[in-house]
Write a protein that binds this ligand. Structure first.
Ligand code: GNR
Ligand code: NI
Length: 167
């Protein structure tokens, strides 16, 4: 297994739209395993392939308390969404920034698992938020894009400064 470097906002590669996975093969399973290791090392609850500069429609999640419940979504598709919830979000690609985002409260998502088998999942609460956050990444969207332009500009300035200082 390997730790993969995570892209940081405002890297333009975070805005690339990911392409569907055409076959769930050994290469994809290795990517899943490396992404799971990278997510856990970074103490995140989700990671989209976009964040490790692989522009394929693949997400890993683990919203469990003990980081022992990996969920894999390949080519995820939202079948339905309803209700709304506002929740504080963070992102491994926007380190140190947290703000509230409104998303659907309840979703139904269809995807392939690590073996390439299709499944359908109903989610609500934090899990629903996280799936929507990760699916946004696959479409090239970062959560800060839901915030005001003023906040986005402040975040860009802050992260560019920090990137300069850690060179
Ligand atoms: O670790 C993460 N925590 C989190 C908290 C609230 C809403 C979404 C998330 S996802 C984030 C990891 C990440 O950046 N995934 O793309
Ligand atoms: Ni994120």
């Amino acid at each position: 297994m390997a730790l993969l470097p995570i892209l940081h906002y405002p890297d333009p590669r975070l805005h690339i739209r990911a392409a569907p996975v055409t076959e769930v093969n050994a290469e994809i399973r290795k990517l899943v395993d490396d992404m799971a290791e990278t997510m856990r090392a970074a103490v995140g609850i989700g990671l989209a392939a976009t964040q490790v500069n692989v522009h394929k429609r693949l997400i890993v999640l683990d919203v469990s308390e003990d980081q022992q419940n990996l969920q894999v979504f390949i080519n995820p598709k939202l079948l339905s969404r309803d209700g709304s919830q506002e929740r504080e979000e963070g992102c491994l690609s926007v380190p140190g920034i947290y703000d509230r985002v409104t998303r659907a409260e309840h979703i139904v998502v269809e995807a392939l698992d690590r073996e390439g088998n299709p499944f359908t999942l109903e989610a609500e609460g934090l899990l629903a938020t996280c799936i929507q956050h990760e699916m946004d990444h696959l479409d090239g969207k970062v959560f800060v894009e839901y915030l005001s332009q003023l906040k986005q500009n402040r975040i860009k300035t802050k992260l560019r400064k920090r990137a300069r200082e850690t060179l």
